[in-house]
Design a protein around this ligand. Structure first.
Ligand SMILES: CC(C)(COP(=O)(O)OP(=O)(O)OC[C@H]1O[C@@H](n2cnc3c(N)ncnc32)[C@H](O)[C@@H]1OP(=O)(O)O)[C@@H](O)C(=O)NCCC(=O)NCCS
Length: 151
């Protein structure tokens, strides 16, 4: 670990390669398979200011350590946007040094500044590492998730 300060900032074009490396590890963590063209599209949407998808990254020195990818959307119970934190990941070698906490804190600061009404996310019940972190911010509620693929 270097003595460079941890920085949280918006993702930018030059992050493409580093983000992709982290993204592939994240997908592997979930034992998932995401087609390359979907990942390409996700990255394009992250960079597109018109898209509701955006990402912030954690950086130390010249290294990208992690990311939070979010989708901002409308909601029926509020008039201001709600932010869904869809993907959160910190590189294995950088874990335990506060990057995950800093990403969520930065997101909450942005939500406050922008007047969003809520930030929310899901995690697997047994993901205790992530849940230890999340429990610092909020108490998990009792909703369960239903998912259907139409095809
Ligand atoms: C979850 C994750 C993002 C946390 O990132 P991180 O940078 O390591 O987290 P931080 O260093 O900010 O840790 C903050 C807290 O998380 C918890 N935590 C972190 N690493 C932990 C570990 N190995 N075991 C148990 N709790 C841990 C602790 O409560 C810690 O607080 P502490 O430092 O005061 O003990 C990271 O572990 C990760 O990417 N995991 C794989 C992907 C994943 O699970 N993503 C979330 C999907 S919803």
């Amino acid at each position: 670990m270097t003595d460079h300060e941890l920085m949280i900032r918006d993702a930018r074009e030059a992050d493409a390669e580093s983000w992709r490396r982290l993204w592939d590890l994240y997908i592997e963590f979930y034992h998932a398979k995401i087609p390359g063209e979907v990942t390409d599209s996700t990255w394009r949407r992250i960079l597109d200011p018109v898209s509701p998808v955006f990402a912030i990254v954690a950086e130390r020195g010249a290294s990208l350590l992690g990311f939070a990818v979010c989708v901002l959307h409308e909601a029926t119970w509020t008039t201001t946007p709600v932010c869904y934190l869809e993907d959160l990941f910190v590189a294995p070698e950088a874990r335990g040094a506060g990057a995950g906490r800093a990403l969520i804190t930065a997101l909450m600061n942005r939500a406050r500044a922008a007047g969003w009404s809520r930030v929310y996310w899901h995690t697997q019940e047994g993901n205790t590492v992530a849940r230890n972190l999340y429990d610092e911010f909020a108490r998990a509620d009792d909703f369960v998730r239903y998912r259907l693929s139409p095809s």
